[in-house]
Design a protein around this ligand. Structure first.
Ligand code: ADP
Length: 459
């Protein structure tokens, strides 16, 4: 039992005993005479006072205990409790805990301050009249002013009312820095609200996006440049191709015919390079849309073979195709992009094969319905273009899908090509949710495989 309770009980017991002695002992009563009532009232009063004091004290102890519990729940790990303290007076214990909490809060504040200060992002807070109440080191350094000098100064990009909603408001501005640089900053402004959802002040965090902005500008400039160059180049190239064709219908010596053929094939090669460069730049700048329309994959494969059949015949190469029975009759995808990839892969296979032949195989893995109960199911189509050609050395395989990558530039010069076909095919596959890969052995041939994600309606 606690000391205080023992003491109170002892006091009350002593007072009751005094009462009992006074009431039961006649001698004492007679001795006290008329003061008996005064003493009686005094004893009763004392008892009431002691009990009320005790009850009040208990109430106080209860409040202190609950404060103890609250302080215990805050960072208890940082404040080990000693058994000695739990027995000591609550007020002293609480005071010690509050002191430790204050120290711990100082540490937390210092570490958060460190985080805010070390941020490369610009951070500032301001009232709803735009006057700043806090800036971090990065902001102060950007404008080359002391932090204290900036308190009360207008936040230059403040947009009144922009962040009243709960959602943060984002905007981009070009900001002049003191060192002469002009950087693009993306600001995220949000309102800091109190418990009653009233806006106390605003906070803006500014992130440097200059690199992205410059890349976007460079991209725009590149696209414009390519558009202009391709237009300027196409006109004379068309003239070269057109006039060289016209020359074929005139009387030419054997030498002249060879030379005109050279002019014509060079013109066609140039036309292909320009088309490829434009194509890749369009894909890279995200300006290409992938269609999602139904078409027959079998017809597409037949058409591709029919297109390349004359070339294969002229090279005395076999050209086969096989579509697995599991491939749906109609699939939803971008037929023209699939044709573009196949044209490049079959064209390459024929170009780099001297004996044997080329084959195209298509298979399919059927997946889950797009939605529960829906007849439309996802599917992955697998294409494989195999040839028995010259093959590719293992050390060159990794670089194959990079722009302008050609295994043997002398042989390519002989066979023609831009070195852009595979990178374009790779990008198109990725846009259609697939991948492309190659296996090859020098002297035995190569197999290019690619897959695309599609869907189809179950009959
Ligand atoms: P290119 O227009 O030069 O064919 P690609 O990007 O389509 O450009 O191909 C890049 C290079 O990869 C080719 O120049 C060639 O060296 C090699 N290559 C592509 N396909 C084959 C193949 N089937 N057999 C051997 N080498 C190939």
């Amino acid at each position: 039992m606690r000391r205080k309770t023992t003491f109170v009980l002892f006091l009350v017991f002593a007072l009751i005993l005094a009462w009992v002695v006074i009431i039961t002992d006649k001698q004492v009563r007679d001795h006290l005479g008329s003061t008996l009532y005064v003493i009686g009232f005094a004893i009763t009063g004392c008892m009431i006072l002691v009990l009320a004091g005790y009850a009040w004290n208990q109430e106080l102890v209860k409040t202190l205990k609950s404060m103890h519990d609250t302080t215990d729940s805050v960072r208890l790990d940082d404040m080990p409790l000693s058994t000695e303290e739990s027995d000591s007076d609550e007020i002293i214990g609480l005071a010690r805990k509050i002191e430790r909490m204050a120290r711990s809060l100082q540490q937390v504040e210092a570490s958060y301050k460190g985080i805010v200060e070390d941020q490369p992002d610009l951070i500032c807070r301001y009232r709803n009249d735009g006057k700043m109440t806090f800036v971090n080191g990065a902001y102060a350094r950007a404008v080359n002013r002391k932090r204290t000098e900036l308190v009360g100064v207008d936040f230059p990009y403040f947009t009144p009312g922009a962040a009243i909603a709960d959602e943060p408001y984002t905007f981009e501005t070009e900001m002049p820095f003191e060192d002469g640089r002009r950087l693009w900053i993306r600001w995220t402004q949000r309102a800091i609200k109190d418990d009653e959802r009233n806006t106390m002040e605003y906070q803006a965090v500014g992130h440097d996006i200059t690199e992205r902005k410059e890349a976007e500008a460079a991209d725009r400039a590149k696209s414009e440049f390519l558009a202009i160059v391709s237009h300027e180049l196409r006109t004379p190239i068309n003239a070269i191709i057109g006039f060289s064709k016209m020359l074929f219908s005139t009387t030419l010596t054997l030498d002249q015919r060879e030379q005109v053929e050279m002019i014509n094939s060079s013109g066609l090669a140039l036309e292909k390079i320009i088309a490829d460069i434009l194509n890749l730049s369009k894909i890279d700048s995200g300006k290409i849309d992938i269609e999602h329309a139904p078409f027959s994959l079998r017809t597409c494969v037949q058409d591709m073979c029919a297109f390349f059949a004359p070339k294969a015949r002229s090279l005395a190469l076999a050209l086969d195709s096989k579509v697995d029975p599991g491939v749906p009759e109609i699939v939803n995808s971008d037929e023209s992009r699939i044709r573009q990839i196949l044209t490049n892969l079959i064209g390459n296979a024929l170009k780099f094969t001297e004996r044997g032949g080329v084959s195209l195989e298509v298979s399919c893995a059927r997946g889950e319905p797009l939605e529960p109960g829906s007849p439309r199911r996802v599917a992955r189509l697998f294409f494989a273009v195999k040839d028995s050609g010259i093959g590719i050395p293992p050390e060159k395989l990794d670089h194959l899908f990079l722009p302008f990558s050609q295994v043997d530039t002398s042989s390519t010069r002989r066979r023609g090509g831009t070195g852009l076909g595979l990178i374009i095919s790779k990008r198109l596959c990725e846009l259609m949710g697939g991948t492309i890969s190659v296996e090859s052995r020098v002297g035995e041939g190569s197999t290019f495989r690619f897959s695309i994600l599609t869907d189809f309606d179950e009959a």
